[in-house]
Design a protein around this ligand. Sequence first.
Ligand code: COA
Length: 388
Amino acid sequence: MREVAIIGIGMTQFGELWEKSFRDLVAEAGIKAISDAGIEGEKIDAMYIGGMSTGRFIGQEHVAPLAVEVAGLQDLHIPAVRVEAACASGGVAMHQAYIAVASGMYDFVVVGGAEKMTDVVGGEATNILASAADREWEAFFGATFPGLYALMAKYHMHKYGTTQEQLAMVAVKNHYNGSMNPKAQFKRKITVEDVLKSPMVAEPLHLLDCSPITDGASAVILAPLDKAKEYTDKIVKIKASALACDTLSLHGRKRFDSLPAAVHAGKKAYEMAEIKPEDVDLAEVHDCFTIAEIIAIEDLGFVEKGKGGKATEEGLTSLNGEIPVNTSGGLKSKGHPVGATGIAQINEIVLQLRGEAEQRQIKDAKIGLAHNVGGSGGTAVVHILEVV
Ligand code: COA
């Protein structure tokens, strides 16, 4: 296996982008990544595009050739593949592209992710997202994602004494971080009181405990490490890429206080990178709901199981904490265009490792981790990146 580096990143604004089409978003993110890398389009060998449900959100399937076309690479007939893994589509696209470059099959690969979710009304978006749960045994009975994560939250609160305030503190921290991210959907700071007073979505999760419905796209360019030097002097190496799966349904799991696929992917990634959780300088984790971040920091070994709420309250995961989590604002504040999220997480880690995260920059960041989850944990993918 060859070593693989990220030589370019690009991302659109995240938010409710009615003036931009899906095609515009894909083109903008891809062009930004290609120009950031300073690579000519003709050098691109392949594309991997994460998209969860473009068919139902905008009526457009077969988005891989669409990406080739908007990049103007149709005459080169390069291979392009769409990857679907619910909210982990971006992260899994990254994993597939990593394998392709590491194996020696391709040299320069564009990995993108895009979703345009706000063209449908709210209830329909919830229904489309619920297709990433078990339709027959969960969604059909009304157990949509806010409901499934609410069950996990209730269990965590019951078992470990995690409080509603501690859940809210995840949202407060991520909105604070997002206030410094020009690309974030919500740049307003909020308080614990704001979260607790916001409408109840699925008890105990309030509106401000939830990630929003978002439009956006993101892209990165991968290259073999030995060729990366020709394009950039700020080389970020992929130290690990690990993917794990579990039951599709939440009720099929052996435990509800953890996402076992995420634990497994995390362990595999630490082994591959030959590091321990304490070596990580910052992490972007999949905070689709506030409880998801608390479970994630436990599953990834940053804190002991059951201590995620307390650790958040004590500031361990804040910008100046021991392990800053979701410096971008996370899914909560930056937004969650499902297919794009995994790649947007990688964008943030690369910005941080290159020292380009401006006001939210973590000092001397060398190693960053991205944790991307599909559904209620049926898929989990963990990447560990290091600045060379
Ligand atoms: N965080 C912060 N503010 C939010 C928000 C969120 N998650 N969702 C909506 N808002 C704001 C809107 O901007 C709007 O503000 P305004 O009145 O100032 O314009 C207001 O709240 C109402 O927005 P609306 O779109 O009517 O909310 P909604 O009730 O239709 O949807 C949720 C809110 C939480 C139900 C929806 O965002 C949701 O379903 N989120 C979860 C998405 C999900 O499941 N993703 C997959 C995870 S696995």
